[in-house]
Design a binder for this molecule. Structure first.
Ligand code: HEM
Length: 173
């Protein structure tokens, strides 16, 4: 995965828990305390997962709590800084989520080795969207955490629930 994912995790941890904790997390995942992750470089998926596991241990969070924290940080803090353009002209959570499939296919088009997740959409009724997560990585908790982050960013009280291994149901107010 892109180094930006780990860079965001690093910022989230250092801003909220301090640099020492971040270095503990690196050490706990078998890396040097000074490891850097350039945003455009590839990081093995396995390394990202080891870092997440170590984060859960060091910060005493379960995977769902860590995924929610990451999702909120990525969508409300990190992305608005790095990829501001993708937010331009979108003023609500529905439209933002509906753009995620094309954004993921575009953002990684010129990046070798990127395998972005893709998304499918189906409206159950005017307030209920079924969003399908298509990725061999199977990071369902992170997918859900990111959707909750979109709700936070647009101050929309949306409810997300997992309805199968690939699908979530999103209820808008
Ligand atoms: C402007 C907002 C966003 C941008 C620019 C963005 C971009 C990216 C990038 C560059 C990656 C790494 C892909 C790779 O290395 O192969 C990624 C991963 C991911 N993104 Fe986003 N993302 C955004 C918001 C979201 C949202 C709102 C969701 C959920 C609805 C989402 C779901 C995911 C998931 C689940 C992954 C992990 C990789 C996987 O499952 O295969 N992203 N995203």
């Amino acid at each position: 995965m892109k180094g930006s994912i780990v860079d965001a995790i690093k910022d989230l941890v250092t801003e909220n828990f301090g640099r020492e904790k971040w270095e503990d997390i690196l050490e706990g995942s078998g890396l040097s305390r000074a490891t850097l992750f350039p945003v455009m470089e590839d990081v093995e998926d396995e390394t990202v997962l080891r870092i997440l596991e170590s984060l859960c241990k060091v910060l005493q969070l379960n995977l769902k709590e860590a995924a929610d924290a990451f999702g909120e940080y990525w969508v409300t803090v990190y992305m608005p800084k790095v990829y501001k353009a993708y937010y331009r002209g979108i003023d609500n959570a529905r439209d933002f989520l509906l753009k995620m499939d094309s954004i993921h296919s575009k953002v990684t088009k010129n990046i070798p080795n990127a395998h972005p997740p893709r998304f499918g959409y189906r409206w159950k009724n005017s307030k209920t969207l079924i969003m399908e997560y298509k990725s061999p990585r199977g990071l369902m908790d992170i997918f859900i955490g990111l959707i909750k982050g979109v709700g936070k960013f647009y101050k929309t009280d949306l409810k997300v629930s997992k309805i199968s291994d690939t699908d979530v149901e999103i209820k808008f107010p």
